[in-house]
Write a new protein. Structure first.
Length: 129
């Protein structure tokens, strides 16, 4: 696989709707934050327009989670997008499960150095660096 626009299908409106749906399911407030919303949106929109490696697209999801653009469920919102990217690889179920798990840990910011290396190695095995 070569570089591609991994995040291009996910508009900011989609990201916002994803967060709103997650909040609705848990009866939590949905809304933008005053501190992180603008920065996250700008980061996201810039990344959507650029070709990148898969691991770098997952890193953008992690960065946007850390910017906390919404009042609730930022991690779940961006981890869900990372999981969709993994599903689109059309991997055998056990490899997809591993990729989704590693990507989710990275986005949540709880991945160990070993997990991050494993994910980068996984991406390299697909032709991604």
């Amino acid at each position: 696989m070569s570089k591609r626009c991994w995040l291009e299908p996910f508009t900011w409106d989609f990201v916002t709707a994803q967060n709103e749906m997650l909040c609705l399911q848990k009866s939590a407030h949905h809304g933008p934050t005053s501190d992180g919303h603008r920065a996250a949106r700008e980061t996201w929109e810039r990344a959507r327009e650029q070709e990148s490696e898969l691991a770098d697209a997952v890193e953008v999801c992690r960065q946007c989670h850390r910017l906390a653009p919404f009042t609730n469920f930022n991690g779940n919102t961006f981890a869900a997008i990372a999981r969709v990217m993994m599903r689109r690889l059309n991997l055998p179920p056990e490899r997809e499960h591993l990729a989704r798990s590693l990507a989710g840990h990275i986005v949540a910011g709880v991945a160990s150095d070993t997990e991050i290396r494993a994910f980068r190695d996984f991406c390299a095995s697909l032709g991604e660096a």
